[in-house]
Design a binder for this molecule. Structure first.
Ligand SMILES: *[C@@H]1O[C@H](CO)[C@@H](O)[C@H](O)[C@H]1NC(C)=O
Ligand SMILES: *[C@@H]1O[C@H](CO)[C@@H](O)[C@H](O)[C@H]1NC(C)=O
Ligand SMILES: *[C@@H]1O[C@H](CO)[C@@H](O)[C@H](O)[C@H]1NC(C)=O
Ligand SMILES: *[C@@H]1O[C@H](CO)[C@@H](O)[C@H](O)[C@H]1NC(C)=O
Ligand SMILES: *[C@@H]1O[C@H](CO)[C@@H](O)[C@H](O)[C@H]1NC(C)=O
Ligand SMILES: *[C@@H]1O[C@H](CO)[C@@H](O)[C@H](O)[C@H]1NC(C)=O
Length: 498
């Protein structure tokens, strides 16, 4: 623990120095920003609509944050993504954005000529994300504004063409940017640029998503807000991928289902490397594990729709799904797992269930998990600290994350935590090729949509046990817009509850 910042100063310190130091340390060096869920369906109330709103066509879910680029400031609302590392914005002349209904406008369009601080960077960007989204453009630098924080010469991408009306703010490891992978050239992406500019002490941030009905949340760069979780933060190692810290994944060791009368624990295919991914709205785990949970909760999976339904009324029952990570438990109440949406063809009175079988070994704990967890992503120390979310937080109690090891205030390192795990379908042998390309393609056949993920890393084999090797390349994919993957999995359209 390095929670020295709020401790009283020892009397031995000279008064003048003490006064200055106290002042500085009293104000934690953090940047906090609100998040808002992007969800077309949420705009309409249940009663409003017998008319279906297709989430997959009308827009996506995921959490947005606001920031500015340029001088004078141009405003953007971007998808926050822990599953990738670059930040990109659309421009007005791209074919997608120049459509007559200005589809990109609500999320912001960058105009280099209108900014006095714009500078081109001689590097291109051409990323295809899990789920099939693509963005192509060139790197540039400009002034970034995050709340009242300004960062000079922040590097980002101007996407001349993209498949998404909304840009992305990737906040993963800086070795995972497109430029680092393809040009072997690292630059300071958002978490690191905040450190370089003095806005935070460490490339670390805490994520709090409120409950499924609220649609809001907050990200706190450089700090921890003790008001927003229950109990203590417990620290787990991030699982390396091919010996590098590449993706924000930890080892899932057990999942259990509790009711007032029984409790069942499952560890099929576990331990397993799972990415904690804000870019994904559902949670995807191995089929055999998911099937057991379905059985306990009366969930029905519809192959054709690649989605599952449950009685909507189950949301009021006392069931929990508890995820364990080397003994650290995050409890997800069933109401957090039931979406207020249904799908064409699903029985009346049923709702979409927020857990699906993973496809092609892409195991993700998305928003239907993350809302129930307070997650501190410590990129500097390759650790993730977890606690159960406090959905009714009182006054903020913000502590700074300092430098060095054990820098997350109030967090306890879990002894002997599983630090290496394979994803299912990964043999995890050999080393990753430098400049590895991570792509995924989405192929549509009839009603269902399936995803084939490919990485340059080996992904064959069926090993799923804990091994001494490193984790799956697939659990570690750039998963921005895996929301597309998952809304794609939901099939022809998600209809609103009537
Ligand atoms: C972003 O800005 C828009 C326009 O001012 C505002 O309506 C929205 O609530 C903001 N969202 C977030 C996440 O701050
Ligand atoms: C769009 O504008 C950018 C920046 O001005 C330019 O580099 C790019 O070539 C333009 N793209 C098209 C399709 O006109
Ligand atoms: C970009 O900004 C320049 C300079 O302010 C302006 O002349 C131009 O019309 C703007 N382009 C778009 C597409 O808004
Ligand atoms: C981007 O990469 C894809 C394949 O990864 C390729 O098919 C496409 O032509 C590239 N786009 C550009 C504009 O270079
Ligand atoms: C589910 O979790 C909540 C909150 O932790 C707890 O109050 C409740 O008793 C749990 N229910 C069951 C059946 O374990
Ligand atoms: C599941 O459905 C069956 C048959 O409708 C019912 O008997 C059982 O109580 C249900 N179980 C749960 C957990 O709701």
């Amino acid at each position: 623990m390095r929670n020295v910042f709020l401790l009283p100063l020892v009397p031995a310190v000279a008064p003048l120095v003490a006064a200055i130091t106290l002042h500085k340390r009293d104000v934690p060096t953090v940047v906090e920003l609100p998040l808002e869920r992007r969800q077309t369906a949420a705009v309409l109330s249940r009663r409003d609509s017998s008319v279906g709103v297709s989430i997959s066509n009308e827009g996506q879910t995921g959490y947005l944050l606001n920031l500015t680029l340029g001088t004078p400031a141009q405003t953007f609302s971007l998808g926050l993504d822990t599953g990738s590392s670059d930040l990109w914005v659309n421009v007005a002349n791209s074919s997608l954005c120049s459509a007559s209904d200005d589809p990109c406008k609500p999320f912001g369009l960058y105009n280099a000529s209108a900014s006095s601080d714009y500078k081109p960077v001689d590097a291109v960007f051409n990323a295809t994300y899990a789920g099939g989204d693509n963005a192509y453009g060139s790197y540039a630098t400009d002034t970034l504004g995050l709340g009242s924080t300004k960062i000079d010469d922040f590097q980002f991408i101007i996407a001349e063409s993209s498949t998404d009306t909304q840009g992305i703010a990737g906040i993963g490891y800086k070795i995972s940017t497109y430029e680092a992978e393809h040009e072997n050239k690292e630059y300071d992406n958002l978490p690191y640029a905040l450190v370089a500019s003095g806005a935070t002490k460490s490339a670390a941030y805490s994520l709090w998503l409120n409950d499924i009905r609220s649609g809001t949340g907050a990200i706190l760069f450089g700090g921890v807000n003790k008001a927003k979780y229950h109990g203590d933060l417990q620290t787990l190692p991030i699982v390396p991928v091919y010996n590098r810290y590449y993706s924000l994944a930890i080892a899932l060791t057990e999942v259990s289902v509790q009711s007032s009368s029984s409790s069942s624990s499952y560890s099929d295919n576990l331990p397993l490397a799972v990415s904690l991914d804000t870019g994904t709205s559902l949670t995807a785990l191995p089929e055999s594990l998911v099937n057991k949970i379905y059985k306990d909760l009366n969930v029905t999976y519809v192959e054709k729709a690649s989605a599952a339904y449950i009685e909507c009324d189950m949301t009021n029952k006392d069931y929990n799904v508890t995820y364990s990570f080397s003994g650290v438990e995050i409890t997800v109440g069933i109401s957090e797992l039931i979406l207020d949406a249904t799908e064409e063809g699903f029985p009346t009175g049923t709702c979409i269930f927020g857990l699906v079988p993973s496809q092609e070994g892409l195991n993700l704990l998305g928003d239907t998990f993350l809302r129930s967890a307070y997650v501190v992503y410590d990129l500097e120390n390759n650790e993730i600290s977890l606690a159960n979310t406090n959905f009714n937080p009182g006054d903020d109690d913000i502590l700074e994350i300092g430098t060095g090891t054990s820098a997350v205030p109030g967090a306890t390192l879990v002894p002997s935590a599983v630090s290496t795990a394979t994803g299912n379908g990964a043999t995890a042998t050999g080393s990753v090729a430098t400049g590895s390309t991570i792509t995924a393609t989405i192929t549509s056949t009839g009603d269902s949509t399936s995803t084939a993920g490919t990485t340059s890393a080996p992904t064959s084999g069926s090993g799923s046990d804990l091994t001494s090797s490193t984790s799956s390349g697939l659990a570690a994919m750039s998963t921005t817009n895996a929301k597309h993957l998952l809304s794609g999995l939901a099939g022809a359209g998600i209809l609103l509850m009537v």
